[in-house]
Design a protein around this ligand. Structure first.
Ligand code: NAP
Length: 280
């Protein structure tokens, strides 16, 4: 099996490590935007050969598109135009509805499987690739009825080798749920980082006082805008919907403090604590 990874960064590079170790892939080809990052992926041993996109498509059995979702929307129709009836293409993008509309009715739509491995870190690029990033986590397959059974089976085997549990969902539900559980947490973290940078002018105090709580809540604010702006753009309506709710909650808490309504605030935190029932 020859795999071609377009965008050998955190997700593509981490997949390469495990898929080679598990023997799923015998050869891994890589291509990307800048020479620098593909060279780095070679140097780190993530890929065996660097290729131009056109050659990578011709020479791969399975093509993994691991680029930001706006680039994916541009690239996917061209990739599908160039493949034969045996090759399989997948994406790992954080949004689905927008680009799936673009390829609806494409004669090779059946060779494409839309997936979203729900695993990541705040780091990006080939240097961020790590072993076991996906192990024990869940991956979402979207609109599988649009894909050939053999293509879905191959990709299921791939995610099984990555140690992931598969969840099946339609693209519209995927974008809605990921806005709630993933995209909004990044917005909250960016806002928290900006708030602290604005209010706390003494960097030394941030370093010295930042304990577990602050560090863990602000961790996602280190994430790259190259990846996240396209996600917010593609999933704008769902992210806005949940952002209005977040702003409402913040305003409510502010008002309780202004009015010194500590009993109400106490009850609100007790209600928030109920998240323990869902996430241990
Ligand atoms: P990343 O580490 O920044 O890697 C993205 C790679 O894509 C880089 O190698 C980049 O090359 C390349 N690239 C960017 N634009 C390109 C273009 N137009 N043509 C070809 N290559 C291009 O990002 P990532 O975190 O792996 O994200 C990749 C995909 O996975 C995204 O669709 C994202 O939504 C999804 N995802 C991310 C996470 C997460 O937590 N990070 C989790 C699940 C899914 P350069 O270095 O040269 O720019």
């Amino acid at each position: 099996m020859t795999i071609g990874i377009v965008g050998v960064g955190l997700i593509g590079g981490s997949m390469a490590i495990t898929l080679r170790e598990k023997g799923f892939a015998q050869k891994i080809l890589g291509s990307g935007r800048s020479e620098k990052s593909v060279d780095k992926a070679m140097e780190l041993g993530l890929i065996d050969e660097k290729k131009k996109l056109k050659d990578l498509i011709t020479e791969s059995d399975l093509i993994i598109l691991s680029v930001p979702v706006d680039a994916l929307k541009e690239m996917l129709p061209q990739v599908l135009d160039a493949i034969n009836d045996k090759q399989v293409v997948i994406d790992v993008g954080s949004t689905k509805e927008g680009f799936l509309k673009v390829i609806k009715g494409h004669p090779k739509r059946n060779r494409f499987v839309a997936t979203h491995p729900m695993a990541g870190t705040e780091y990006s690029g080939p240097e961020a690739a790590v072993r076991d990033l996906f192990k024990g986590k869940c991956t979402v397959f979207c609109d599988v009825e649009e894909s050939d059974k053999d293509a879905v089976a191959l990709v299921e085997k791939m995610y099984d080798d990555l140690g992931m549990k598969i969840v099946y969902m339609d693209a519209v539900s995927h974008d809605l749920h990921t806005a709630y559980v993933s995209h909004i947490s990044h917005i909250t973290s960016f806002a928290l980082a900006l708030t602290v940078l604005e209010k706390e002018k003494e960097e030394k105090a941030i370093f010295e006082l930042a304990s577990g709580g602050f560090e863990s809540t602000v961790r996602l604010a280190k994430s790259s805008p190259d990846m996240w702006i396209p996600v917010f753009k593609q999933n704008r309506h769902n992210v806005l919907d949940v952002l209005y709710e977040l702003i409402y909650q913040l305003k409510h808490m502010k008002q309780l403090l202004v009015d010194e309504e500590y009993e109400e605030f106490y009850k609100l935190i007790e209600k928030a604590n109920e998240i323990k029932k869902i996430i241990k």
